[in-house]
Ligand binder design. Structure first.
Ligand code: FMN
Length: 341
């Protein structure tokens, strides 16, 4: 357990976010498949942030085991991130309800009102990603208790619009629920600036990958420490008639292999060997496997090194508490500077 410092300005500016999450700091540890498991999640929560388990492709039993194991490691609040296209989504929500998870995040596509309702009826708060203002309003009407807006600087699956533009388009117009900002947040000064613009807190992924408590393979962590912002590039859609969601990752042999896989999968769709949904699901399965290869097995040549642009700010392996302390110190300092005449 870490001792954390009080920051007067920060404590006041992110109070809404902290109250919503039940935490000391309104810093969400963005769910990362394979990586955001019991160890990283509990470390973030124990350091005063809000850890989030990445359910990814887990089945309900696996998710239940992960949640129970996380409860063993922390008494502080944490959440669970579920992918909306998971074929057992309802059963996964029910696991969260049974185990009394306080917050459920719905990611990977626009969630249905029914999923949001199911989470809330189970007693948890529903957090949803919103890629545009119009969708933010729709999600709030559907019952979302908070929103995350994530820009294209982020690691993993990304939308087309940068964080700085989304913030301007969405933050001033959403007052009803807390909004957390994600994507490209590499230090506390940036975090403070988004809160000055109305965010209730921030979600951070890439900066937590090289934490001591994170189970990612040492090869994966070394690749992060070596990389610069420009190495973290999005994949491109090679067939205009076959949409795929871009993934931001460090370039390697695996990136090239994905382009070939994408072409083969698109051909299957055009030849009526698979429906668009089936073909897109194949692409998603590809990513799940490729990320595991790199992040867990350490094959950083052929696997996927999903990383955000702020990877260039990852300089060493550090304990989670140290990373969070850096963010809060820098944010408090920035807020003090903003207030000077
Ligand atoms: C390796 C990696 C895996 C990720 N996996 C997921 C995921 O399974 N579900 C999800 O909602 N977001 C996922 N993300 C996005 C993070 O939760 C987070 O929103 C993002 O990393 C924030 O941007 P940043 O990397 O610039 O800090 C992933 C990001 C990375 C870097």
């Amino acid at each position: 357990m870490t001792q954390t410092t009080k920051h007067q300005k920060l404590d006041s500016i992110w109070k809404r976010g902290c109250d919503f999450l039940g935490t000391e700091h309104a810093i969400l540890g963005g769910a990362m498949s394979w990586i955001s498991e019991r160890n990283l999640v509990s470390a973030i929560s124990n350091a005063g942030g809000f850890g989030i388990i990445a359910c990814g492709s887990m089945n309900p039993d696996m998710l239940a085991a992960e949640i129970k194991a996380t409860f063993e490691l922390t008494k502080k609040p944490f959440g669970v991130n579920l992918i909306t296209m998971h074929p057992e989504l309802d059963a996964l929500i029910d696991v969260c309800t049974e185990l009394k998870v306080s917050h459920v995040v719905l990611a990977g596509g626009l969630p249905s009102s029914a999923s949001i309702k199911r989470i809330k009826e189970g007693g948890a708060k529903a957090i949803c990603f919103s890629p545009a203002l119009i969708l933010a309003k729709k999600l709030i009407r559907s019952g979302a208790d908070a929103l995350v807006i994530e820009g294209s600087e982020a690691g993993g699956h990304i939308g087309p619009v940068s964080t700085s533009v989304l913030v301007q388009e969405i933050l001033p117009y959403i007052a009803k629920v807390p909004v957390f900002v994600a994507g490209g947040i590499g230090n506390g000064k940036m975090m403070a600036s988004y809160m000055k613009l109305g965010a209730s807190g921030c979600q951070i992924g890439t900066r937590f990958v090289c934490s001591t408590e994170c189970v990612a393979h040492e090869n994966f962590k070394k690749a992060f420490i070596k990389a610069n912002a420009r190495d973290a590039m999005p994949t491109v859609q090679i067939d205009p008639k076959f949409p795929v969601i871009p993934v931001r990752a460090l370039q390697n042999k695996g990136t090239q292999e994905f382009m070939e896989f994408q072409k083969k999968t698109a051909d299957k769709f055009h030849n009526n060997e698979a429906t668009q949904k089936e073909a897109q699901l194949e692409i998603e399965h590809y990513w799940v496997g490729a990320l595991r290869n790199a992040a867990i097995d350490g094959d950083v040549e052929n696997g996927s090194l999903m990383a955000g642009q702020c990877v260039g700010m990852v300089k060493s392996e550090q304990p989670v508490s140290e990373i969070i302390n850096e963010f809060t110190e820098q944010a408090e300092e920035a807020l003090t500077v903003f207030e000077q005449p």
